[in-house]
Design a protein around this ligand. Structure first.
Ligand SMILES: [Zn+2]
Length: 387
């Protein structure tokens, strides 16, 4: 079977990212999602956010900036669809790798990305580091009429609650939204829609990530200087703390940069990542603990080390990615590709690590069978729609 799977993987390899350039429709219309559904979702949620009391936007001072109600400035699609690893071509069909859509909702907190407290005017919101690396406080601007000393937090919890309420009103009668980390999720006919609120921050106000990335040895030559130069410098904060009980802190997100790097992966490495995601999708429940984010992080690190030729045997490359993840779980550390001091295995308790380890073992044991099943009993790609 191994030989047959190897052959199928090679046979179906597409050196170029799947796109509409070959004249066939994409299962996910990225442009439609961004240009039609995004603005509609933004408008509708803004209407409901306007009904959510001002106090839900932070501690109750009516004067602090941003005052009053939260508003969404823009909604863009993010995640695997935007990374162009959202579907896999098999025998000429397109197999969607995940059926949910992530909408990144940028909040109208400040006109420009948030700077540090020292660099921001007192009346403007700013960002302040916390005791936990990779987590920040968003502080509201203090106005003349404010009677309290010091700045007040725009807490992550308050933003999540306001958005949850807006989504609940938006989907009235359709079942309550669920909150998972920073995402408020509702379901419609096309699958799950994740709404992730975010605030833009100046990279220099956060971590010296780009300097680290540039200075690091890159034995394979990837990411090339040209790709690094193209990375968006604005980072995002998403409203989720290091622990469930922490209502205040925001987590640093490199999602824009990740999307850019994944799009710039050597084709055979991107194919390997897509295959891993496809297997994961086949056993969503059993492999829930082996997060796509861990897999993506391992692929990025390995790409920095391995020559492109080493990715060509897809099966061996998939094994190597899983082996790297297993090693990271044993070490209890999987460094973020963008800032190696940040551990991507958040909250690595023994219990959680054991769960991930079990998932990896299952992945390794079943991978060949699942790939064989997928490639031999193909279901045609089903288009995803939002409304
Ligand atoms: Zn105030």
């Amino acid at each position: 079977m191994e030989r047959e799977v190897r052959h199928l993987l090679r046979f179906n390899f597409q050196p170029a990212p799947a796109s509409s350039a070959d004249g066939r429709p994409e299962p996910v219309h990225l442009q439609v999602l961004n240009e039609v559904h995004g603005p509609t979702l933004r408008r509708q949620l803004n209407r409901h956010l306007a009904e959510v009391p001002a106090a839900a936007g932070g501690e109750d001072c009516a004067h602090c900036h941003p005052a009053g109600r939260l508003q969404i400035r823009s909604a863009t699609i993010s995640g695997s669809v935007a990374d162009r690893v959202g579907w896999l071509s098999l025998h000429g069909h397109r197999l969607p790798l995940r059926s949910d859509n992530d909408f990144l909702l940028e909040l109208d907190v400040s006109r420009s990305p948030l700077a540090t407290e020292a660099a921001a005017a007192e009346g403007e919101p700013c960002v302040a580091p916390s005791a936990v690396l990779g987590y920040y406080r968003v502080l509201r601007g203090r106005r003349l009429r404010c009677s309290h000393p010091g700045r007040r937090d725009l807490t992550a919890g308050a933003v999540r609650r306001a958005l949850t309420e807006a989504v609940r009103r938006h989907r009235r009668g359709e079942g309550p939204p669920t909150v998972n980390g920073p995402a408020v999720t509702f379901c419609d006919a096309g699958g799950a829609v994740d709404c992730v609120p975010c605030v833009a921050v100046c990279a220099s106000a956060a971590v010296p990530w780009l300097a680290e990335l540039r200075a690091r040895p890159r034995p394979s030559g990837w990411p090339e200087d040209r790709l690094l130069a193209r990375l968006d410098r604005t980072l995002l904060l998403v409203p989720t703390g290091p622990h469930a009980e922490d209502d205040r802190l925001w987590r640093l997100s490199f999602s824009r940069q990740e999307a850019q790097l994944v799009r710039g992966l050597p084709p055979s490495a991107r194919y390997c990542l897509m295959l891993l995601k496809a297997v994961k999708k086949e056993r969503r429940d059993r492999l829930a603990n082996v997060s796509s984010y861990y897999l993506k992080t391992c692929v990025l690190w390995m790409c920095q080390q391995r020559q492109e030729t080493e990715w060509r045997d897809s099966l061996a490359a998939m094994d190597a990615v899983l082996e790297m993840l297993r090693q990271a779980v044993d070490d209890k550390v999987l460094p973020s590709f963008f800032c190696s001091e940040i551990n991507v295995l958040r909250d690595p308790t023994d219990e959680r690590l054991a769960d991930i380890r079990r998932g990896i073992r299952y992945f390794q044991e079943e991978m060949l069978n699942l790939l064989h099943e997928m490639f031999t009993s193909l279901r045609p790609a089903k288009p995803i729609t939002l409304e």
